[in-house]
Write a protein of this length. Structure first.
Length: 175
């Protein structure tokens, strides 16, 4: 019976996120009161703190707890990595990327795109381009592949900024 109530509150929170945050918080608190270690509830709470409230430290705490309770929960990794990047925890993000790529069944395209973002943040533009190309190799829909193509093109402009050409007017002497 408790598991059914937990799932009911969890589904209500998932359905309300991110549009009705009051409902999300209420349902997550109920869900966590039934199971304080529920990885999905902790994951959704972490997302709310990171994406909506911008409290990256609290978000990291919830993500870490969710991972501790369910390491194979694949949804955690891309969102957790993004919070680490927003919080400029570059070394921690790199370690998590390296680990995430070892998880069976994880969306490697999404993880490689986070690797590209990390390299871009650190101004390693050539490495970023390679990472986005690798992400593209794991793309299985046009939307993702087009996004990676766009990312590659955008980073290339940082690598080779176009120099503005100044046109000189030719002077004509008549005389």
């Amino acid at each position: 019976m408790e598991q059914n109530l937990l799932n009911t509150y969890l589904l209500k929170a998932i359905d309300a996120y991110p549009y009705d945050l009051e409902d999300v918080v209420e349902n997550l608190n109920y869900a966590l009161s039934y199971d304080a270690k529920n990885a999905y509830a902790l994951y959704l709470m972490a997302r709310m703190y990171g994406e909506i409230l911008g409290d990256y430290e609290q978000s990291k705490s919830f993500f870490a707890e969710a991972m501790a309770n369910h390491m194979e929960f694949q949804k955690i990794y891309p969102r957790y990595i993004q919070v680490l990047l927003w919080n400029e925890d570059i070394e921690e993000a790199q370690k998590l990327i390296d680990f995430a790529l070892t998880i069976k069944g994880i969306d490697k395209g999404e993880i490689w795109s986070k690797q590209g973002q990390l390299f871009e943040i650190t101004k390693a533009y050539k490495k970023a381009i390679k990472a986005f190309k690798e992400a593209k190799n794991y793309g299985f829909n046009d939307g993702f592949i087009n996004t990676m193509t766009s990312e590659i093109r955008r980073v290339k402009t940082k690598l080779n900024p176009k120099k503005k050409k100044v046109k000189k007017k030719k002077s004509t002497k008549r005389g």
